[in-house]
Ligand binder design. Structure first.
Ligand code: MTE
Ligand code: MO
Length: 328
């Protein structure tokens, strides 16, 4: 096993912390008062599995990928990878609803054929299909920590390629300062929590990085996970992974990447700018306006039993060695 240089707070147990995501819960509650009947009980905690994987869940997982090399620096996240039956059945994917239990409905996402357009301030705009992506970029595995802004966390063995490999191909011009990523959206397929207040959500889901962040060694595009192609609930066929930032920065099912001069509007930042900043780095000392970020709860067996295992949150999610220089 490869161990990193000691990073503060990689381990050690911790006591109880606040529950998550009141933003949505509060609104679901209000909707229920209006009598919209949206399956509240089911959405509050998501459907947990403690035993072997459910057959339907297993069918939702992708197809096995050929073995790929594991990136040496990211072979060990200091915690065990989260068992897939938990990671792939506890998701955030608001296009398919406001609960964590969207893995079955996400199977409606049409991923074949898929086109990813890269355009804007680049020398070589390009339109990829899925085969292009897996042919043109060397795939590797990286085991990354993952931290949602709602304070749940996991460890995920992604398969994909560094974002900067794509940048090298399209060659952003000097005028490019930001990058805007757009997720698949078709209201016929991805209705989202499409009721009441939620009719005016700023779809499609978009996210953004600075060009410097995208060029960082850590920034990654995942096309697989747990040795297989990406399941739809994780954002098939290609999603962003930026492990030093809160999970919402990692847009799923990317259809468009645009290099631009100004900071782009993004989904959560548009919806609630005081709660979801554009930068959104993991920072234990900067509380969300409605909860502390000092601790995080690990998804796993304990999720099933509703006795979340808690750990201290680490600055930049433990990846300061790579990214602290971006924010000096
Ligand atoms: N298109 C899209 N991307 C998204 C989301 C979403 O609702 N739609 N949710 C984000 C949030 S809040 C989190 S925590 C992660 C969850 O990723 P996972 O379900 O693969 O664990 O996806 C992010 N990417
Ligand atoms: Mo999240």
């Amino acid at each position: 096993m490869v161990f990193f240089k000691a990073r503060p707070g990689w381990q050690s147990p911790y006591p109880k912390v606040t529950p998550e995501g009141v933003f949505w819960r509060r609104r679901r509650f209000m909707t229920s008062l209006i009598g919209a009947g949206v399956g509240l009980a089911a959405s509050a905690g998501g459907c947990r599995r403690s035993g072997p994987m459910d057959a339907d869940l297993e069918r939702s997982l992708g197809v096995p990928l050929p073995a790929v090399p594991r990136h040496r620096a990211f072979a060990d996240a200091g915690r065990e990878p989260t068992p897939q039956r938990y990671a792939s059945s506890y998701n955030n994917y608001y296009e398919f609803g406001g609960s964590k239990n969207i893995w079955a409905s996400a199977q409606a996402l049409p991923t074949d054929p898929w086109k990813l357009d890269v355009s804007g301030l680049v020398k070589n705009p390009v339109s990829f299909d899925l085969e292009d992506l897996t042919r043109q970029f060397e795939l590797e595995e990286r085991i990354y920590r993952f931290r949602c802004v709602e304070a749940w966390a996991m460890v995920v063995p992604w398969i994909g390629f560094p974002m900067r490999a794509l940048m090298a191909l399209v060659e952003p011009t000097a005028a490019a300062k930001y990058v805007r990523f757009t997720s698949f959206y078709d209201p016929m397929v991805t209705p989202g929590p499409n009721f009441g207040f939620a009719r005016n959500l700023p779809w499609p889901y978009t996210e953004g990085l600075t060009v410097a962040e995208m060029a960082n060694e850590l920034a990654f595009f995942a096309v697989g996970v747990y040795g297989r192609t990406l399941p739809k609930q994780h954002g098939a066929p290609i999603r962003m992974v930026v492990p030093w930032k809160y999970g919402f920065k990692g847009a799923k099912a990317i259809v468009r990447i645009e290099f631009v001069a100004e900071q782009p509007a993004t989904y959560w930042n548009t919806l609630a700018p005081n709660e979801y900043g554009f930068e959104a780095n993991v920072e234990p000392d900067v509380p969300h306006p409605r909860w502390s970020q000092a601790k995080e709860r690990l998804v796993g067996e304990s999720t099933a039993l509703f006795t979340w295992e808690e750990q201290p949150t680490v600055i930049y999610n433990g990846y300061g060695e790579w990214v602290a220089g971006l924010y000096g």
